[in-house]
Every structure is written in structure tokens, then in C-alpha cells.
Design a protein around this ligand. Structure first.
Ligand code: 13P
Ligand code: SF4
Length: 375
């Protein structure tokens, strides 16, 4: 088996260069200011009325503002990880979807439901993984390796997905790559190098990795995490696989946002150290109010934290933006039809696989892929 970690071509990885600092700072500058209590209750009431009147449903990611998560649940919408957001949006009857999350989530919803109108509170809410994987560069990379099955993470543009055989999210990546390995396939993976390396380790698959990273998870620090573990020796450590290897190595559970929530809700421990965007703590506290949740460290003597455990693009989602979608049809997501049709195949393949292999998925979600056994 060849294991190659390469930087295939020139591209700007947003965290490592000044462009990365600029784009992160630009995102923070666009984060809406908090509303007063009065403004908030007025906006919430208007949104609730308009969601009903306009046959719209709100789908939110676990990292967005707590008020938006609560609003989604209160109004018959959904709060979920990126896989379940895609499935919910596709299956829901509403004519209009409001997606509170980042750009790729809105695009995925539109690709799956072209007949629906899809809106986002801020169309500029992107993701460092998407920014670091430009479709033209990716086409060059892919052309250099025609013998490989192309597997891309959900956190990519529609134009990159249009070039892929499979799309995966962190909920199903292990199970799908495991299956491809069993079938003897070699894989070209993009864009998250940490998630790619983790999957490579767990499955033993032959994977060529793009060199992207998430600016939020990349900043968790292993040395400081070890110190925190020493302070809370009974705490279980939950880590999202977009984190660096040294951090993943300290985890009791490695998994997607939904797998991390499940671990807190179902776990017998009373304390959990959580290494992912701190927006997730809201839902964890709601579902497991008696558990103690501790944020994993992004700071320390060596820290240069730019996200500090919160994604600036997720933070760009605000209640006023949602109201604007409903009142003024702002933030509508469009995907060119030829790109949409090409991107649809890799997403549908993932949705079919996850629907047809629930057992494999459940085992893999808990990091037990090594125990699944080769077919
Ligand atoms: P999940 O698929 O685990 O929700 O992750 C999406 C994401 O952007 C993590 O940073
Ligand atoms: Fe992208 Fe990271 Fe933000 Fe998730 S947390 S949307 S991977 S930048």
C-alpha cells in the first residue's frame, strides 16, 4: 500500500498565509451585532409568522447561534450535522428552505432540491476548507491521478463536488472509505488533510490527500489538552476528526458533531472535554443538562488563535439575516444547472449508502471501524 501525503499544486491554505488572516478577519467583521432583548423578541415573532405564511422551514447546524438553533426546533425545522441537514432539506415538503450554516450547506440543499428555493442569512458565510480547494486547481490534481476514486468532503463548492465520485461528511466518511478499500479502490481525497489522515489510519486505505484544514479545529492544542486532562482525570475527551493528529490521539471518542452529542447524552461519565466549535455546547447542554462540558484549549503559550473554537463564518448567521431572507428574498442560493447535475451524483451516492448501511455507519461513527472486519 502506498501512503502519500502531498501538496500537489500551489494553492493558498487560508490559515498559513496573510490571505487567510484577511479572510478570517473579514468574516469576523461581518458577524452581526447582538440584538437587544426587545429587538430579538420582535424579530423572532416576525420570523415565526413568515415561516408559516411563506411555507418555509429553517435548517440549522449545531455551530450557529443558540437562538437560531432554538428557533429551528420550535418552528418544526431541524438542528443537525451536515449529513442530516442535507437529508432533512431534501425530504421536507416546504417550498422554501432557510439554511443557517455555511455556503456549502446551502449549495448542497439546492443541489438536492432544485424545485425548492434555498436561502441563507449571509451568502458570504464560507469555510476555510472550501476556500482552500479551488475547482480549477482541484481539476489539475484530479487529472494527475485518473486511476483514483475521487472522494470529497461536504465542505467544498458545488464545482468541486461536480468532479467527485463520492461526497462524504464526517458522519459517514469512515464507513464509505472502508467500503471503497474493501472493493480494492485507491482514493484521491480532498480537502481536509487531518480528516483524510484519520480515515487513512483507521481504514488502511490508499489515499492521496489534498492539503487543506479547518481554521477552527486546526487550532486545538495537544499539549494544553494534556494539561486539561490532568486537571479533569475523569473527563472523557471528544474530538472532531478535523483536528490535528496529536489532538485526535488524546481522544476517547472521535466523531462528527452528531456523534459527539450522542457520546455526551449516552455516556456514563459526568465530565466531557469537547474539541470542536463551541456552538455545539448549546445543544449538548439542552440534551444532557447534568453533564459538565469543558471546552478543549485553543490557547496557551504557543497560541495564535484566530477562531478560538468558534467558526467566524458560522457566526455570520444572525436572526436579522433570516428575517431578510423571508421578507426580501435575500440570500438566495443558485447553482448552475450543469454543475448541479454533475454534483448531484456524488451526493446521492452518499445518501443511498448511508440509508442502506445503517449498521456499518453506526459502528464507524463511533470510531470502531477496525472492528467491522474486512468483507
Ligand atoms: P459535521 O458534518 O460533523 O456537522 O461537521 C461540519 C463542519 O463544518 C465541521 O467543522
Ligand atoms: Fe469550515 Fe471549520 Fe467553519 Fe466547519 S468549523 S464550516 S470546517 S471553517
Amino acid at each position: 500500500m502506498i501512503q502519500t501525503l502531498s501538496t500537489p499544486i500551489q494553492f493558498d491554505y487560508p490559515q498559513q498565509d496573510s490571505a487567510g488572516l484577511t479572510c478570517t478577519a473579514q468574516a469576523w467583521a461581518k458577524v452581526p451585532s447582538p440584538l437587544t432583548a426587545r429587538e430579538k423578541s420582535q424579530v423572532l415573532e416576525k420570523i415565526k409568522v413568515l415561516l408559516r405564511e411563506k411555507d418555509a422551514v429553517l435548517v440549522a447546524h449545531y455551530y450557529v447561534d443558540a437562538d437560531i438553533q432554538d428557533l429551528a426546533l420550535e418552528t418544526g425545522g431541524y438542528v443537525a450535522d451536515s449529513l442530516e441537514m442535507a437529508r432533512f432539506g431534501k425530504n421536507h415538503q416546504a417550498k422554501n428552505l432557510i439554511v443557517a450554516g455555511v455556503r456549502f450547506m446551502g449549495e448542497t440543499a439546492k443541489i438536492l432540491s432544485p424545485e425548492k428555493r434555498v436561502f441563507m442569512p449571509d451568502l458570504e458565510a464560507t469555510c476555510s476548507l472550501d476556500l482552500g480547494c479551488n475547482a480549477t486547481d482541484f481539476a489539475t490534481f484530479r487529472a494527475m491521478h485518473p486511476d483514483r476514486v475521487v472522494v470529497v468532503y461536504a465542505n467544498t463548492s458545488a464545482a468541486v463536488k461536480a468532479q467527485a465520485d463520492w461526497m462524504v461528511t464526517s458522519s459517514c466518511a469512515l464507513a464509505i472509505v472502508h467500503q471503497l478499500k474493501v472493493e480494492g479502490k485507491k482514493i484521491l481525497w480532498a480537502p481536509d488533510r487531518h480528516l483524510g489522515r484519520y480515515i487513512q489510519d483507521q481504514t488502511g486505505a490508499d489515499m492521496l490527500l489534498w492539503n487543506g484544514a479547518c481554521i477552527v479545529h486546526d487550532e486545538f492544542k495537544a499539549v494544553e489538552l494534556e494539561l486539561l486532562k490532568a486537571k479533569y482525570p475523569n473527563a472523557k475527551v471528544l474530538v472532531h476528526p478535523e483536528s490535528p493528529q496529536a489532538v485526535v490521539d488524546l481522544a476517547d471518542v472521535v466523531g462528527s458533531t452528531s456523534a459527539m452529542i450522542k457520546a455526551v447524552v449516552e455516556g456514563t461519565a459526568s465530565e466531557y472535554i469537547v474539541a470542536t466549535d463551541n456552538g455545539i455546547l448549546h445543544r449538548m447542554r439542552q440534551l444532557a443538562p447534568h453533564k459538565t462540558l469543558i471546552e478543549a484549549p485553543t490557547a496557551g503559550n504557543s497560541a495564535t488563535c484566530k477562531s478560538c473554537a468558534h467558526c467566524p463564518w458560522m457566526a455570520m448567521n444572525g436572526l436579522a439575516g433570516i428575517l431578510d431572507c423571508l421578507e426580501n428574498h435575500s440570500g438566495e442560493v443558485f447553482v448552475d444547472e450543469p454543475i448541479r447535475l454533475q454534483a448531484l451524483g456524488c451526493i446521492d451516492r452518499m445518501l443511498d449508502f448511508t440509508k442502506n448501511h445503517p449498521d456499518l455507519l453506526a459502528k464507524a461513527q463511533h470510531g470502531f471501524i477496525k472492528n467491522i472486519g474486512a468483507a
